[in-house]
Design a protein around this ligand. Sequence first.
Ligand code: URA
Length: 296
Amino acid sequence: MAENPAPSSISPEAILRFYSDAGVDQPLAETPVNRFAESEAEKSAAQQKSAAPAVPAPSAAQPRKQAPSPPRFSDPPAPVSARPTPAGNSNVSVPSQGTVMAAREAASSAKSLDELKSILETFEGCNLRNTATNLVFADGNPQGRVMMIGEAPGRDEDLQGLPFVGRSGQLLDRMLAAIGLDRTKVYIANTVPWRPPGNRTPTPQETEICRPFIERQMALADPDVVVLLGGSAAKQMLQTSQGIMRLRGKWQAFHNGNREIRALATMHPAYLLRRPLEKRLAWRDMLALKQALAGG
Ligand code: URA
């Protein structure tokens, strides 16, 4: 039986290769952080606090102040808004609901796509921006009739600051070319504009925080047709839990933030690279798109 090598005999190159194969391609900090120790410290601080109340218990005559709800998932530790927080709110760790509200407020204040991009560039409410190299806002023509929405940027997109420029982007370009479209006619963005580290799936909290921005982006671009690339974008934009194989190829009535339009979900190009046989279904979806644009 092959024995595992002793830890000291594993070369640093082999360890790095292991991390790289597992999709870990970015160091996040110089030194490791023991999160278990952190939560133990928080627990004992909370115990000490509850053992010695600093403020008297509210009497029946005093209205009880609502305790702030605990943060869900991993709330960003940094300030949460592109804009100053309301007076009196000096919380560093704001519950996610506050972050979502800040995102909505920031997104809805944008009067143009350029303004929306600048707001996102300074928005600190999403932890993904801390590990991303660039904001990946959009590519293509915002005046085009079609808007395509993917999930989140990958490594190439993060480096170039443009969506769908890696291998899956090249396939997307070929799919568009097959029906006479290209990036001069199509506007392309993602539900999340920063690359999740190691290309992991964005958490529900991250997508929820970013949702007001993609919704505003769509409203400002005002496309006639939206194409949702992959299950994640389709589920999020159509607000459904159905899988992509059920959703794909069916036109759905869809509100683009201004007016009722049509949306079509199809498979993500990255999935098609892994499952080339499914390209025949994607091809049908592209033909349906072509027909819709021709007025069919
Ligand atoms: N996958 C996506 O969903 N978006 C990109 O921009 C690139 C790959």
